[in-house]
Design a protein around this ligand. Structure first.
Ligand code: BDR
Ligand code: CA
Length: 308
């Protein structure tokens, strides 16, 4: 099995990601670390605990950093609701985060692990950047960083930039510079993974709690996607990371150098993709370019069927 740590900001699509990882037998989740992002850190941490408790999982949760390295806080509550996860059925958590902070957990776990660990990131990359600065030695223990963020084309939080990148482009650049393999799922591919009414119905038809609750969550999440993007449902960004770990064949990727604009201006937070290797800077990022969306939803529905 693949050893993973998830770093996330639930968040509707982050919740899908966690559920898929918990449902899979092939992933061994050491812990979930939280970041600010879609909403403030208190909410994202609470939502992480809510989901894991509801799923009956005792995976430990570690609270991370509550703001970007530089810059001001932005949020995505227009997509995810004021508390970041509109799922009344999930209720409030009974468990609490561990004492240790997320960055210390990441560093200690990587250092003491007998084999390499994959980090799955689906929020702003602040925790990972601070980890890399505090403990550059952990690079040798990271199998790969699989993350959702950026885009080879347009933005969603500014015309140029994707939300996770725009939250903390400086942190993202530290991660891009790290000498570890990375797989990137940007909007160019996650906007291909749409929870259409038919696909949502397939979740609901499972007849279990998870099928119903996650179907309802995708319906709540689709509002902005219908109004602004004219999509036939919500885009399930974050779970592409977990899906790729389980079924890499569902995605086409291409290795290229990626950097992110960290100077302010129109393109602040935009990822820049050197597809022709013009800069000759060395590249570590496998950038997802296309997805087999039907295959993705088949996998998702199958995993949801294994839950309560
Ligand atoms: C990303 O932003 C967040 O709102 C989602 O959870 C996802 O991680 C998409 O741009
Ligand atoms: Ca997210």
């Amino acid at each position: 099995s693949t050893k993973i740590i998830m770093d996330c900001d639930p968040g509707t699509d982050d919740a899908f990601s966690i559920a898929m990882a918990v449902a899979s037998d092939e992933l061994d989740i050491f812990g979930v670390t939280t970041t600010y992002g879609n909403v403030g850190l208190d909410h994202t941490t609470n939502n992480t605990l809510r989901i894991l408790d509801w799923l009956g999982s005792n995976i430990p949760v570690y609270q991370g950093i509550d703001r970007a390295l530089l810059g001001t806080l932005v949020d995505a509550s227009e997509y995810h609701g004021a508390t970041g996860l509109e799922a009344p059925e999930i209720g409030q958590p009974t468990s609490t985060p561990r004492e240790k902070d997320a960055v210390s957990f990441l560093i200690d776990t990587l250092r003491s692990s007998s084999s390499k660990v994959t980090i799955v990131a689906s929020g702003p990359l602040t925790n990972l950047a601070v980890m890399l600065r505090l403990a550059p030695d952990v690079v040798s223990k990271i199998e790969r960083i699989v993350f959702m963020g950026g885009s080879t084309d347009y933005g969603n939080d500014s015309p140029a930039a994707e939300f996770n990148m725009l939250c903390d482009p400086h942190a993202a650049q530290i991660v891009f510079d790290a000498d570890v393999p990375k797989t990137m799922f940007g909007l160019n591919v996650t906007h291909q993974v749409i929870a259409t009414p038919q696909r949502v119905q397939a979740m609901r038809d499972l007849g279990n709690d998870a099928g119903r609750v996650f179907a309802d969550m995708s319906v709540f999440f689709e509002k902005v996607y219908r109004e602004r993007y004219d999509f036939d449902g919500s885009a399930l960004h974050d779970p592409c990371t977990v899906a790729w770990l389980l079924r890499p064949d569902l995605f086409e990727t291409r290795k290229m150098r990626v950097d992110v604009e960290t100077n302010s201006g129109l393109s602040f937070g935009r990822t820049v993709h050197d597809i022709w290797n013009i800069a000759e800077k060395g590249c570590h990022t496998d950038v997802a370019l296309s997805a087999d969306a039907d295959g993705f939803f088949e996998l998702l529905t199958n995993l949801l069927s294994k839950l309560r």
